[in-house]
Design a protein around this ligand. Structure first.
Ligand SMILES: [Zn+2]
Length: 176
């Protein structure tokens, strides 16, 4: 299960602009990627953009809200990271910066063996393939385990996130 950490700091306001991929074959696309900007560049992007492009609506320039720098995504094993930290392993939660720092100390001194897991391959029932051969153990999927190094890397990422959030004036860490 994945989780995202964020803070009580307001997201920065405003939007950023970038050339849209639907106009990536133009010289103007490369110019704007390099940080150049002019009426000519925008005119060329608009001319070459796909008129029905959902990203830029035919303008050739995409606008996106500025993303908060204080976010940390853990796509896999988020709950086990919370468990290693001794924080509530639930879909939503929060703690103070001081609690997060104590949690980091705990995670470094706790026995985490019960949170670790190996990569796994999942097999389906025996079945007949299109070419008529019988496959006894068809592979249905893989799940990524959590090694000691993986967990340590995630705890270090959380530590860096907490440090930056505290430096920026955050009081509270949220996860969801
Ligand atoms: Zn577009």
């Amino acid at each position: 299960m994945g989780i995202t950490f964020s803070t009580d700091l307001a997201a920065p306001e405003g939007t950023t602009e970038s050339p849209c991929l639907c106009a990536q074959m133009t010289a103007a696309f490369l110019s704007m990627m390099r940080g150049e900007d002019s009426d000519e560049i925008r005119a060329e992007l608009a001319r070459e953009a796909r008129p029905d492009c959902p990203q830029c609506e035919g303008k050739g320039v995409e606008r996106e809200p500025v993303r908060s720098p204080h976010r940390l995504d853990m796509n896999l094993h988020g709950f086990n990271v919370l468990r290693a930290l001794g924080l509530a392993a639930e879909p939503y939660g929060q703690c103070t910066i001081a609690e997060a720092r104590r949690a980091l100390l705990r995670a470094r001194n706790q026995d985490v063996r019960h949170l670790l897991s190996e990569d796994e391959v999942h097999y389906g029932a025996a079945c007949e393939r299109e070419d008529g051969a019988i496959e006894l153990r068809p592979v249905r999927g893989h799940s990524k385990g959590l090694s000691r190094d993986d967990l340590a890397r995630r705890v270090s990422a959380f530590e860096a996130f907490v440090r930056q959030a505290a430096d920026a004036g955050a009081q509270v860490i949220h996860w969801f």
